[in-house]
Design a protein around this ligand. Structure first.
Ligand SMILES: Cc1ncc(COP(=O)(O)O)c(C=O)c1O
Length: 310
């Protein structure tokens, strides 16, 4: 199976999709992207692209911030994604990566007077975090970028240098993932995930005003907790030390899914095992992302490849 791309308004093998080394976005990070999951249901023989409309709506927010003109509607972007997935021939979980970027071959830091372009690539995603056995984390010495620096509500490419610094520091120190704090020392999020805590039996997560990406998995988990377990999520500032005293803790993200956190800064979280509430939410989440629950049909964009070969 080959990786495929939608590039320069055409579908083509990834190996043929090339950009110039002078591309503005390559030099200055002037681009924004999405990460969308296509979950392969081997019984139904179809993909469930999960909350694709919400991903593209969020991409429009990033484009507004970066003054990128995306000449498609959300429905057109969904259709292009569907066609790309069909032509790829994959019959397994896939990761869809749309990217809107400043495409001019131009030197000079700015957002205006530049051309824009858009591409989508579909590929597979190796296991990102160990969702079955949980992860060990550290709080990062790097602080999360603030809305007054590069707005984190957009998935803006340049921001990911901040994430990469934190992730590499964590992994080179023997941890699986970093937890970044805000400038004023409150818990923000992982390098590519939102974070939740169970504190005094309540589900708690940092608010949008604390420079998090407004995660679609975060929203999914909050809705599942409310609808299926009758649990409200409290969105409020979280102190670093609350991480150490939480009964349970987990990450959410498109790449990570729901990943239990078992240890932070060499302190076990709760019993040091996957907590009960985390396990319940993980089960609900794993079921819902396959696309079979009519209650959540708005979240599903189903793609049945024409000729199934495997
Ligand atoms: C910094 C950051 N936070 C949180 C998330 C989780 O967002 P979502 O659940 O929409 O994938 C991501 C992943 O996209 C991310 O990069």
């Amino acid at each position: 199976m080959s990786d495929y791309a939608f590039f320069h308004k055409q579908f083509m093998p990834l190996s043929e999709a090339k950009i110039s080394i002078l591309t503005h976005a390559l030099h200055y990070g002037t681009a924004c992207f999405e990460g969308i999951r296509g979950n392969w249901d081997s019984e139904q023989k179809r993909f469930c692209i999960f909350r694709i409309q919400d991903h593209y709506k969020r991409m429009f927010d990033g484009c507004r911030i970066l003054k990128i003109n995306l000449p498609y509607s959300v429905d057109e972007l969904c259709q292009l994604t569907k066609e790309l997935l069909e032509s790829s021939g994959y019959r397994e979980d896939v990761y869809i990566r749309p990217l809107a970027y400043k495409s001019s071959e131009a030197v000079g830091v700015r957002l205006h007077n530049l051309e824009d372009d858009f591409l989508i690539v579909v590929t597979t995603l190796p296991t990102y975090l160990d969702i079955d056995n949980g992860v060990r984390c550290c709080t990062s010495s790097w602080r999360r970028v603030d809305d007054t620096m590069i707005p984190p509500r957009g998935k803006i490419c340049g921001i990911y240098v901040n994430s990469a610094l934190a992730k590499t520091e964590a992994q080179e120190s023997g941890f699986d993932e970093a937890i970044l704090l805000t400038q004023d020392g409150h818990v923000c999020e992982g390098s590519g995930e939102n974070i939740f805590l169970i504190l005094g039996g309540k589900l708690v997560t940092p608010p949008s005003s604390d420079n998090i990406l407004m995660g679609i998995t975060r929203d999914t988990v909050m809705k599942l907790a409310k609808n299926e377990l009758g649990i409200d999520t409290i969105e409020r500032q979280v102190d670093r030390s609350e991480l150490y005293v939480a009964e349970e803790c987990f990450f959410t993200g498109t790449a990570a899914n729901m990943a239990p956190i078992l240890e932070i800064d060499h302190r076990p979280i709760g019993t040091g095992e996957i907590g009960k509430m985390t396990a319940k939410l993980q089960k609900l989440f794993a079921e819902v992302i396959l696309g079979s629950n009519p209650k959540y049909h708005d979240w599903y964009y189903l793609v049945s490849p024409k000729a199934v070969t495997a």
